[in-house]
Design a protein around this ligand. Structure first.
Ligand code: DGL
Length: 262
């Protein structure tokens, strides 16, 4: 048993979709969350920049006592998780677009992936397709611009709908019936997506699977928290008040947000 907290980070608010799943699966755990909103979006940054930010944030979370780390960002996982595992000894859980379950679920044989430019361009994503796509056709769509709206808590405005329509049109035209939300920001657009997509299109995201994987690792290593005294702390490298404003919507509770000092 270990009551130390779990460290979680993302380029911004997207990882809160994963944090919510962690809270559901592991209600006894204390959670530390870093939103690197001063450097969002990661999707258009170089892998080197993302590695540098990821290392600094991980070192910070370790300083705060984290016993395990969740990289709640597909883009940062693609660019930095191998590097983090080389440098830090705690258990590190990353995440990647759910190609394997989507390839199993599709009936039309065409799967769509919405993700960032960085994720789709990465060697990790290419390897994922090689391993799990099989005979399924995977059509990818980078979505620049979406993350910025989600950071503001703008989830259902006409301009968000218009962007989603533009980004999903080619996937629908290709015959996709299963759509992977390959960026942790996008689960917050589930309602908007459901309102514009035909009902037969299933949406798949990875937050719950990541929480289960974390749980399994903690049990394996006897690191689960014993007590029910759960604490959550939030930091932002952008405007802490801006994160504070969207927390009630994206996290379901208000919370105090501290400024990340770098
Ligand atoms: N939330 C991130 C992901 O899962 C990246 C968003 C961004 O900063 O571009 O890929």
């Amino acid at each position: 048993m270990d009551n130390a907290p779990i460290g979680v980070f993302d380029s911004g608010v997207g990882g809160l979709s994963v944090l919510g799943e962690i809270r559901r699966a592991l209600p006894n755990e204390s959670l530390l969350y870093v939103a690197d909103s001063g450097h969002v979006p990661y999707g258009e940054k170089s892998p080197e920049e993302i590695r540098e930010r990821s290392r600094r944030i991980t070192a910070f979370l370790l300083d705060q006592g984290a016993k395990a780390l969740v990289v709640a960002c597909n883009t940062a996982t693609a660019a930095a998780v191998a590097d983090l595992r080389e440098h830090y000894a705690i258990p590190i859980i990353g995440m990647e677009p759910a190609v394997k379950p989507a390839a199993r679920a599709t009936r039309s044989g065409v799967v769509g992936v919405l993700a960032t430019t960085g994720t789709l361009r990465s060697a990790r994503f290419a390897a994922l397709l090689d391993r799990f796509a099989g005979t399924v056709k995977v059509v990818t769509q980078p979505c620049p611009g979406l993350v910025e709206y989600i950071e503001q808590g703008e989830l259902e405005s006409p301009r968000v709908h218009a962007l989603l329509q533009d980004y999903t049109r080619p996937l629908l035209e290709a015959g996709c019936d299963t759509l992977i939300l390959g960026c942790t920001h996008y689960p917050f657009l589930r309602r908007a997506l459901e309102s514009i997509l035909p009902a037969k299109v299933a949406l798949i995201d990875t937050g719950a699977a990541v929480a289960r994987q974390l749980q399994a690792r903690l049990i394996d290593l006897s690191l689960e928290a014993a007590g029910p005294a759960r604490v959550s702390r939030f930091w932002s490298s952008g405007d802490p008040q801006a994160l504070g404003r969207v927390l009630p919507v994206l996290w379901g509770e208000s919370g105090e947000v501290e400024l990340l000092p770098f």
